[in-house]
Design a protein around this ligand. Structure first.
Ligand code: PYC
Length: 313
């Protein structure tokens, strides 16, 4: 029997399953190098940790790995039901709150190496509760790559910006759909159809990168904006999506609708809120996202060598 300890948290409703110790060595290279090795040699662990019958499409996983950058305390690789993420905002808030719960970090600044660069998390002091759970994440630089790109689905043409926030996003406002929990099926199907058009029409991120997240925005009296975010494996993000909010902040800044230091409240389709702001450093847009995470369960994944579905379905 193989045993893999895990700790589950959620950030604004979106889960993160943290694996703090891997059952194999990934060498001494950068976290991006470690990700290449994982993809090549150990993808079965991703499937084992996240897929049914043990997991579900909604889960995002996080492997804690040693950083190569000496200024970082931790390295992390995020993954989902279909592959790996560059960065993950809700996941980093969940990671830091989980490490606080485990007694591995104290309030203050914690630098984390990801496959797409170093992010700086600040764990805030909490007055109440067993462990501090409010985290701000200063992300890698975000930017808009394409503006007002037309996409036609079922004869209806909508438009979106393609922007980077640690993953690639298509950000759309003129979809005409209600963004609420009663409309999840329509939001999911429409976003999926939109995404299918990217390949057909050669819509990519920089250097031909796949645009694998779709964000549909709407207005709300409870925040500056509300969004539905479809992730690469067809699950929707229960949180407002940290990398998606970073991409949104970059577009707002480029449009002259957000100033440096101004707080932007982004609400998810389930009602949770992240606060975001940007700083300009060396002409680059640096987003910071703040949210809270809660630990939910801890345990041990058991993999019985006889189990035909031990590595997921
Ligand atoms: O919070 O960045 C995020 C994220 C990406 C995919 C799911 N959540």
């Amino acid at each position: 029997m193989k045993r893999i300890p895990f700790l589950d948290s959620h950030t604004g409703g979106e889960p993160t399953r943290l694996i703090t110790s891997l059952p194999f060595d990934l060498g001494t290279g950068s976290v991006a190098d470690k990700l290449s090795t994982l993809k090549k040699n150990h993808d079965d662990l991703r499937r084992t940790v996240l897929l049914e019958p043990r997991g579900s499409d909604v889960l995002v996983g996080a492997y804690l790995v040693p950083p190569a950058d000496p200024t970082c305390q931790f390295g992390v690789i995020y993954f989902n039901n279909v592959g790996y993420l560059g960065m993950c905002g809700h996941g980093t808030i969940g990671l830091i709150a989980s490490l606080a719960y485990l007694g591995k970090v104290q309030p203050g600044v914690i630098r984390v190496e990801t496959p797409v660069g170093v992010v700086e998390a600040t764990l805030h002091k909490n007055e109440a509760g067993e462990y501090p759970n409010k985290v701000s994440v200063q992300n890698i630089p975000a930017y808009r790559h394409l503006t007002h790109v037309p996409v036609t689905v079922d004869g209806k043409t909508i438009h979106g910006d393609v922007a980077w926030g640690g993953n690639w996003f298509f950000l759309c406002h003129d979809h005409g759909l209600e963004v609420n929990m009663q409309n999840l099926e329509a939001l999911t199907e429409f976003s999926w159809r939109v995404r299918e058009q990217f390949t057909a029409n050669g819509i990519t991120g920089a250097n031909g990168a796949e645009v694998d997240h779709v964000e549909l925005f709407a207005s709300t009296p409870e925040a500056d904006s509300k969004s539905f975010v479809l992730c690469p494996g067809k699950a929707y993000d229960r949180s407002p999506c940290g990398t998606g909010t970073s991409a949104k902040l970059a577009c707002l800044y480029e449009d002259g609708k957000l100033q440096e230091g101004q707080i932007w409240k982004q609400q998810s389709v389930v009602g949770s809120i992240f606060e975001g702001s940007i700083q300009i450093q060396d002409n680059r847009i640096i987003p910071t996202i703040t949210g809270e995470a809660w630990v939910m369960s801890e345990g041990t994944i058991l993999v019985d060598e006889r189990d035909p579905f031990g590595s997921g379905i």
